[in-house]
Design a protein around this ligand. Structure first.
Ligand SMILES: [Zn+2]
Length: 261
C-alpha cells in the first residue's frame, strides 16, 4: 500500500486514471491520497469513486495552516483560505466515515520560522483532536520539528500515528515506535537514502508502512514518482530482513490493517 501520496498534484492531471490502474496492477490494496488544503481535500473525496483502492485522508499542510500570515516574499505559492472553516469541514467528513486518516498535518521548521510555530501547533493540535475523536490515524509531516511534534503527540496521548517521510534522528523514531507504538512509512526511494534504509532495518517490523509522497521522492532521478513504486521498498525490506517478498508484503499489509483498518 501507499499511505502517503498526492494524486491531486498537477503532475497527474493528464494520466491520473492510468496511474491508479498501474497501482492496482502492481498489487496495491490501498492508496491513501493525502490532502493539503480545501481544493485537494475536496478532490480526494470525489477521487474515491475511481477505484476501491483509493482511500481519503484530509488535512492541512503546515504551510497552508499559516496561509494568512506568510511573509510577502515567501518562495512558494500558497492560496489563502479560512483555516477554521476547513477544520470544521474535515471534522464533518471524519464524522461521516469518509476518511481513513487525518493528514497530512504537522509542523514545518524548514520553510517556516519561529514566528509561525504557535499558529502551526494550534492547527496541528486541532487536527489531532479530530483524529482521536473519530479513532483515525494521524499522518504526520514534520521537518526540522521532529522532537516538538513528538512532544505534542505524547502530551495529547495520540496513539494512532504515522510519520511520513521522517527525516529526523533515527534514535527518536525507534524510541517512538518501540514505546508509543507509532508507525513510520518509508518512501519508495529507500534504497538510495541511507536514513530510510537504516529505518527499514532497525525499526520494529510491526511499525513499518510504505509510501511514495508522489509525485515527489522518486526512486529514479528526475522522474515523477507514483504509487506503484512502493513495490521497491517492499523488495528492499524483504532483502534486508532476508525474507521472501511475499512475507514482506504480508507483514506490511498487516501493519496497514492494524493502523488503518
Ligand atoms: Zn506529502
Amino acid at each position: 500500500m501507499d499511505v502517503h501520496t498526492h494524486l491531486t498534484h498537477k503532475a497527474f492531471k493528464l494520466d491520473q486514471d492510468q496511474v491508479i490502474k498501474r497501482a492496482e496492477e502492481s498489487g496495491l490494496g490501498a492508496v491513501v491520497v493525502n490532502g493539503l488544503e480545501p481544493k485537494s481535500n475536496r478532490e480526494i473525496l470525489s477521487m474515491r469513486a475511481k477505484s476501491p483502492i483509493i482511500k481519503a485522508a484530509l488535512g492541512i499542510y503546515p504551510i497552508e495552516a499559516v496561509n494568512d500570515s506568510l511573509p510577502s516574499d515567501f518562495p512558494l505559492e500558497v492560496e489563502s483560505f479560512d483555516v477554521q472553516e476547513e477544520i470544521r469541514f474535515i471534522e464533518e467528513q471524519a464524522k461521516s466515515g469518509a476518511l481513513v486518516g487525518i493528514g497530512e498535518c504537522g509542523l514545518d521548521g524548514y520553510w517556516l520560522g519561529e514566528e509561525s510555530f504557535s499558529k502551526q501547533e494550534s492547527v496541528f493540535e486541532q487536527l489531532l483532536d479530530i483524529a482521536m475523536k473519530y479513532d483515525l490515524p494521524a499522518i504526520i509531516h514534520t521537518r526540522k520539528r521532529e522532537k516538538r511534534s513528538m512532544e505534542i503527540l505524547r502530551s495529547l496521548g495520540v496513539r494512532k500515528v504515522n510519520f511520513h517521510c521522517y527525516g529526523g534522528k533515527s534514535k527518536l523514531a525507534i524510541q517512538g515506535a518501540e514505546k508509543e507504538g507509532w508507525y513510520f512509512s518509508i518512501p519508495a526511494n529507500a534504497k538510495v537514502n541511507q536514513l530510510f534504509t537504516k529505518l527499514l532495518k532497525e525499526l520494529p517490523e510491526d511499525q513499518i508502512l510504505t509510501e511514495t509522497d508522489a509525485p515527489y521522492l522518486s526512486p529514479d532521478r528526475n522522474t515523477r514518482n507514483e504509487p506503484a513504486n512502493v513495490v521497491r521498498t517492499v523488495n528492499l525490506f524483504a532483502h534486508l530482513k532476508d525474507w521472501d517478498v511475499g512475507e514482506a508484503k504480508q507483514k506490511i499489509w498487516n501493519n496497514y490493517q492494524n493502523l488503518f483498518g
